[in-house]
Design a protein around this ligand. Structure first.
Ligand SMILES: C[S@@+](CC[C@H](N)C(=O)[O-])C[C@H]1O[C@@H](n2cnc3c(N)ncnc32)[C@H](O)[C@@H]1O
Length: 267
């Protein structure tokens, strides 16, 4: 199925070869990487040639497979590069030495970077007109807050055109924002689903990535993404079941039970 005129790459993406991520560190799990490669494989099959937009690029790890893809004709990387970023997990995350120059140098070691355009800004400050023609695949992996992913999604909606897909990373963190994003596109008949471990896809305009065999299999076996998301948040349950909280809940239950018995008892 190496149908893209570059047998080496075509065979590797057809096989969802995780080594396509090897050159640059990416903040994604092996399952995330496989899901992202399947989304890329499906996009290239649907389009024959596509433009990729990413919000939150850090070192360029999630750009690298698109950089070497002959079907990817343009890449827009949007990254505000703040010294530290807020996060729904309640702590700010710092990215040491985070810069577009470093990312481009790393990408340059993977392949020519002339198809990469970079914008050092947050989504609300990006001039949509400057993005050029539609980007059929967008990936949101910037600030991990609900508010930011909604703003990022708005920009992607403007960039993606009539038919395309917008994917999110770390959906178990920004799920409320993603829910708000879906509300925003109810009139566009979206097809939305989670892929292991933490990728969430929104297809628009009949852009049927879900016909890809890996994606179809992941949807049939959706326990994988479901359990991965629950397990990613399991530490919150562990915390809520800590001794002080458990004792407080037990005391509350006892008071309720006594009150109910008082109401129901004779006299
Ligand atoms: C999780 S990292 C991206 C990881 C990358 N996609 C990968 O797979 O390796 C998040 C990136 O988002 C960027 N960022 C933080 N806040 C942002 C914002 N408000 N808008 C755009 N990018 C932001 C950071 O500078 C950082 O490079």
């Amino acid at each position: 199925m190496g149908d893209v005129g570059d047998e080496g790459f075509g065979d590797r993406i057809d096989a969802l070869d995780l080594r396509l991520f090897d050159a640059i560190e990416s903040q994604t799990s092996p399952h995330d990487k496989r899901s992202l490669l399947a989304v890329q494989r499906a996009t290239r099959r649907l389009t024959g040639g596509y433009r990729y937009l990413e919000i939150g690029s850090h070192l360029g790890g999630s750009i690298a497979p698109h950089l070497v893809d002959p079907c990817c004709t343009a890449i827009t990387s949007i990254d505000k590069r703040p010294p530290s970023q807020p996060d729904e997990r309640g702590v700010a995350f710092a990215y040491e030495g985070n810069s577009t120059a470093r990312m481009l140098a790393l990408l340059g070691s993977v392949g020519p970077t002339d198809k990469v355009a970079t914008i050092d800004a947050g989504a609300p400050d990006v001039d949509v007109a400057a993005l050029g023609p539609a980007h059929q695949l967008c990936f949101i992996d910037g600030e991990h807050t609900d508010r930011a992913v909604v703003a990022d999604f708005e920009l992607c909606l403007a960039a993606v055109g009539d038919a395309g897909a917008i994917a999110f990373h770390d959906a178990p963190i920004t799920y409320r924002g993603i829910a708000a994003c879906l509300e925003r596109v109810t009139d566009r008949d979206p097809v939305a689903y989670a892929l292991p471990d933490a990728v969430f896809v929104v297809e628009l305009g009949g852009f049927a990535l879900h016909d890809d065999p890996y994606v179809a299999d992941a949807l049939l076996h959706n326990h994988r993404a479901y359990l991965a998301a629950l397990l990613a948040n399991d530490h919150y349950r562990e915390f809520a079941n800590g001794r002080p909280f458990r004792l407080a809940r037990q005391a509350k239950a006892r008071v309720r039970s006594l009150a109910a018995r008082g109401r129901l008892g004779p006299g």
